[in-house]
Write a protein of this length. Structure first.
Length: 192
């Protein structure tokens, strides 16, 4: 979680010295994802300037190359999948179809992964441009998968978590709390 250019140079040097290793590619890819999010800022899309989006998209282009190369070298890279979802779901240079394909590839590799699915769900918040239809579709898939992988059940509370975030932003704290409590009915999670 740094944007220090010295770190980027050290990571690039590490990649140059270890061209057959996926680990330095993942490290630089994750660094670039953080750098891109920092360039964008954390406000709602409607409150974010065009130059912030341009800077984020440019950096995501570099991150995507590193992360894709890392996954080619090591197809079981959980970090690679989650950061590619971050990149594809957030960048206007890429489509949500690419994020969906990464989700599907990650779930094929890690069928019981809460983490990969959570990354995808995260960007279905209105704050990041997600739609209720996209959210409903993935929740239906998670509901079916949780029968085989019970630990996925906790993600069924994500719809209420997202609603709570919206109400919190609108300063309707009673409704936000009600939805947070409903999310907790599906189990404790790092978001709720």
């Amino acid at each position: 979680n740094s944007t220090d250019p010295l770190i980027e140079q050290l990571l690039s040097d590490w990649i140059a010295k270890n061209p057959a290793s996926y680990i330095p590619l993942l490290a630089r890819g994750e660094y670039l994802v953080w750098k891109a999010f920092t360039a964008r800022g954390g406000k709602y899309a409607a409150e974010t300037q065009d130059d912030q989006f341009r800077a984020m998209n440019e950096i995501f282009g570099y991150a995507e190359k590193d992360l894709s190369a890392a996954i080619r070298l090591y197809p079981k890279s959980l970090t690679g999948y989650t950061n590619l979802i971050n990149t594809y779901h957030t960048s206007s240079s890429f489509s949500n179809d690419l994020a969906r394909r990464v989700l599907e590839a990650g779930v094929r590799t890690h069928p019981d992964s809460v983490f990969i699915r959570e990354r995808y769900l995260h960007f279905l918040q209105p704050k990041w441009g997600g739609t209720p239809e996209e959210l409903d579709a993935i929740i239906i898939e998670i509901n079916a998968a949780q029968k085989k992988y019970p630990k996925l059940r906790v993600l069924l509370g994500y719809r209420d978590f997202i609603a709570a975030q919206v109400y919190y932003h609108e300063k309707d704290y009673d409704k936000a709390l009600m939805h947070d409590l409903k999310a907790l009915e599906f189990g404790d999670f790092n978001k709720y």
